[in-house]
Design a protein around this ligand. Structure first.
Ligand code: NAP
Length: 251
């Protein structure tokens, strides 16, 4: 990786689509050298070329992959823990263990692996920032969502714990908890079922990935004594995780 020694480096996990991709563009426009990680390398390479960043394959569920990704980084100023998602919508009585494992591995242990590996570099930067994308599912429980809500609660508590553990170190921590954002999220949740995914956003004006990227850009550009601890952001049409104003009938 050839990066000028004066460049500040921002790492964005899950940058091959949605919130991560938009965030990589925003941070690059703010002058960061952005290192983008995800499993779909072809998409990352196109993005890195566009923004003058670096594309590196990353599977946050795989210890060796995280190791290879984090050891080549010469320095890290900003870490955006964004890789994650949901699988299915099932009651506890019908929970699918394989889906739970995917959600816990990706959102919780994935965030743990990357963060743990990069803490020394974030501290060494002298002015580090960790942003973790949790969800309104990290603040509320909702029916049929337990695999995702438990994973997002755990990911959020990991992040909030670190806020205390890093007190006194030059690292800020921000949790962003979005409501409905139209990305590939629902397509992944419903295993590629486009019709079912589209229904999630039917009759509302959802957030878009750039709305979250704008917030991250704001957080990253505050002076270093200002720590935005937690930001909850929802579309105007959404009052809670499961309560929407829709112009269409969902029944
Ligand atoms: P998305 O478009 O599906 O993006 C998810 C990203 O995570 C993709 O780039 C995907 O890349 C990456 N990813 C998944 N598994 C990975 C793994 N094992 N290793 C590395 N990267 C992995 O969805 P999004 O909405 O932008 O989601 C981003 C984050 O926001 C997630 O943490 C999600 O839980 C959270 N969030 C989303 C919403 C929403 O309504 N969309 C609301 C609240 C919170 P590859 O498949 O190429 O690896």
């Amino acid at each position: 990786m050839t990066i000028s020694p004066d460049s500040r480096i921002a790492v964005v996990t899950g940058a091959s689509s949605g919130i991560g991709e938009a965030t990589a563009r925003t941070l690059a426009a703010q002058g960061f050298h952005v290192v983008v990680g995800a499993r779909r390398l072809d998409r990352l390479e196109r993005l890195a070329e566009e923004i003058g960043g670096t594309a590196l394959e990353l599977d946050v569920t795989d210890e060796d992959s995280v190791d290879a990704f984090t050891t080549v980084l010469p320095r890290v100023d900003v870490l955006i823990n964004n890789a994650g998602g949901a699988k299915g919508l099932a009651t506890v009585a019908e929970a699918v263990e394989e889906d739970w494992r995917w959600m816990w591995e990706t959102n919780v242990l994935g965030t743990l692996r990357i963060t743990k590996a990069l803490i020394p570099k974030l501290i060494a930067s002298g002015d580090g920032l960790i942003v973790t994308i949790t969800s309104v599912a990290a603040l509320e429980a909702y029916d049929n969502g337990s695999g995702y809500t438990t994973a997002k609660h755990a990911q959020a508590v990991l992040h909030r714990t670190l806020r205390g553990e890093l007190l006194g170190q030059p690292v800020r921590l921000t949790e962003i908890a979005p409501g409905a954002v139209e990305t590939e999220f629902s397509l992944v949740r419903f295993d590629g079922d486009r019709e079912r995914a589209d229904k999630v956003y039917e009759g509302i004006t959802p957030l878009v990935a750039q709305d979250i990227a704008d917030i991250i850009g704001f957080v990253a550009s505050r002076p270093s004594h200002v720590n935005l601890d937690q930001i909850v952001v929802k579309p105007r049409d959404q009052a809670s995780a499961g309560r929407f104003h829709r112009t269409t009938d969902q029944s």
